[in-house]
Design a protein around this ligand. Structure first.
Ligand code: FES
Length: 343
């Protein structure tokens, strides 16, 4: 996890191995053609997936790394989507482009010794990256991991977790499945307060790192609060799926103030004070690639050519990129006429 300065450009990554984790989940082992790439466990890679109809940008949490390689553990989702394309077409020896690792969903956020990892489906990937790191740096860490899977065959990293539990005496792991198979004697059913509180009885005293579908994370947040958890000790991450829905900005009202000019690659658009650059562009038919929609993944990075914006990146921009004048379209609002360039 050391080495090379982060650049703003795209880096080619070669696939050097593929491992089947479950019938629908694979781990792709990627190696940067220019040499090892640094990342912090919990961060994500933005891949430029070469779909037949044009590239799609998608963020995937790095599930781990070894000997300079980056591992992406990806669940195949809907037909026609980027994850399905990767499963069906991306093979050992193929090369794909990506932006440098980024994201603030890391143990750097931690302010409490007692941790709870709460994950659903492929949301286990950032947890696994952080857990492997803790196993090396802090094997005595107090971690309670609650994971929800659809059925026992979709449980990720099962054998490695058993091994980690041997090395980490204060690591507990609880799994619930929504479709229990015959012979399953563990928890079953969707996440709910009674279930999560039974699996992690001191949840309210723990700092939570949560990753999974939106509804799952919302439920976990409510349960943590109901159990007395501190609001600022609940962190979420939502990468790894297909494109999110970027919410439209509210309709302009008297309080909105005057619109500004937004120039995108030479095309003149309008941007309302309440809108992000991303929302204004999409509303007027200009597509900017996007992932999380919350300033975390870096997929919507654009170059600010002129003008001023109220930029609120949420871990999705590296210091180098900000220094070089890049902004995140999903979390930047215009405070003057603005020109941006899509590269
Ligand atoms: S879409 Fe993720 S940072 Fe903008």
């Amino acid at each position: 996890m050391d080495t090379q300065a982060i650049s703003t450009g795209l880096m080619p990554l070669s696939c050097v191995g593929i491992r089947e984790e479950t019938p629908t989940i694979r781990t792709f082992r990627l190696r940067a053609c220019s040499g090892p790439v640094s990342f912090v466990p919990g961060q994500a890679l933005v891949l430029k997936v070469p779909m037949p109809g044009g590239p799609l940008w998608r963020s995937f949490t790095i599930s781990g790394g070894s000997e300079g390689d980056l591992h992406l553990t990806i669940k195949a989702q809907a037909a026609g989507g980027a994850t399905r394309w990767l499963h069906d077409n991306f093979r050992e020896g193929d090369v794909i482009e990506a932006r440098a690792p980024r994201g603030a969903f890391t143990l750097g956020l931690r302010s409490n010794e007692k941790l709870a990892f709460v994950s659903g489906g492929s949301g286990a990937t950032p947890m696994m990256a952080m857990l492997r790191d803790l196993a090396e740096s802090e094997p005595d860490a107090d971690v309670a991991w609650f994971h929800a899977a659809r059925d026992p065959s979709e449980m990720l990293f099962a054998s490695e977790l058993t091994e980690l539990q041997r090395r980490m005496p204060r690591l507990s792991v609880a799994v619930t499945v929504t479709r229990p198979a015959p012979g399953w004697f563990g928890y079953h059913g969707r996440i709910r307060r009674g279930l999560l509180a039974a699996a992690v009885p001191d949840l309210g005293r723990r700092e939570v790192f949560c990753c999974g579908p939106g509804g799952f994370m919302q439920e976990a947040r409510l349960i943590h609060a109901a159990e007395g958890g501190v609001k600022t000790q609940f962190h979420t991450e939502s990468f790894g799926g297909e494109a999110p829905v970027i919410p439209a900005a509210p309709e302009p009202v008297e309080t909105g103030g005057p619109a500004h000019l937004l120039k995108v690659n030479g095309r003149d658009l309008q941007i309302r004070p309440v809108e992000t650059v991303l929302q204004a562009s999409l509303r007027q038919g200009v597509v900017i690639p996007c992932g999380c929609g919350e300033g975390m993944c870096g997929t919507c990075m654009v170059k600010l050519v002129s003008g001023d914006v109220d930029a609120r990146p949420n871990g999705g921009l590296t210091a180098d990129e900000a220094e070089q004048g890049y902004i995140l379209a999903c979390s930047s609002r215009a405070v003057s006429d603005v020109e941006i360039a899509l590269e």
